[in-house]
Design a protein around this ligand. Structure first.
Ligand code: GRF
Length: 202
């Protein structure tokens, strides 16, 4: 069974982590979450991990420490970033090439100068450099017709890398960041679990 580490922060609510845990319990996803790492002990996901008896680790931003942690203390097949705020050092990306998966609240294109088409053929927003609620606010500010998220392998190019899958959520009139994010996250959960399932079976 593939082993994974999930890296979170207090920027999110740990809902993607919970979706993974629920899928594992429901025997829909056969991976072992070896550790949940957060830079803050206040992250809601830390409590979710504890409830599921998954080891947790509070990381205090020592760059090298993360590499040692993920190679020696918790050796894993994949690292899953769901709301991790800190920059992952290039050295870690080299060591775990093609093994670090990130979910980003924006539509990352397949090529750096490309773009993604929304289901209604309008152009999707990448939201490069925008994190969680700021990204959702951008969909609304730009009057996009769809919000979307991408699951991708981390690369040394910021907020870019081979895209493994995307999800879309139609923006409704009167949507706020909260209402839109709530619906988009439901789509994120399915997307992330489906992709992990695929990776775990190869
Ligand atoms: C997700 O929306 C993801 O796209 C972004 O961080 C958020 C984490 O949400 N990178 P949650 O903590 O899993 O609810």
């Amino acid at each position: 069974m593939k082993k994974i580490a999930v890296l979170i922060s207090d920027a999110g609510t740990g809902s993607n982590l919970q979706a993974m845990i629920d899928s594992i319990y429901a025997k829909k996803l056969a991976v072992q979450i070896c550790v949940v790492i957060s830079d803050s002990k206040e992250a809601i996901g830390i409590q979710r991990a504890k409830n599921a008896r998954i080891p947790t680790y509070i990381f205090d931003s020592r760059e090298e420490g993360l590499e040692i942690l993920l190679q020696k203390k918790y050796p894993v097949d994949f690292i899953v970033l769901t709301g991790w705020k800190k920059i992952i050092p290039d050295s870690l990306i080299t060591i775990f090439a093609g093994k670090i998966i990130n979910i980003h609240p924006g539509l990352i294109p397949d090529t750096f100068d490309g773009f993604v088409l929304n289901p209604d053929q309008t152009s999707g927003l990448w939201n490069r450099g925008k994190f969680t609620k700021k990204a959702l606010q951008n969909f609304l500010d730009q009057k996009a017709t769809y919000a979307g998220s991408s699951v991708h392998f981390l690369s040394k190019t910021f907020d870019f890398g081979k895209v493994l899958g995307r999800c879309f959520e139609k923006i409704r009139s009167g949507d706020t960041v909260e209402t839109l994010y709530k619906r988009l996250k439901v789509k994120e959960h399915t997307l992330l679990v489906d992709i992990l399932k695929e990776l775990s079976e190869t």
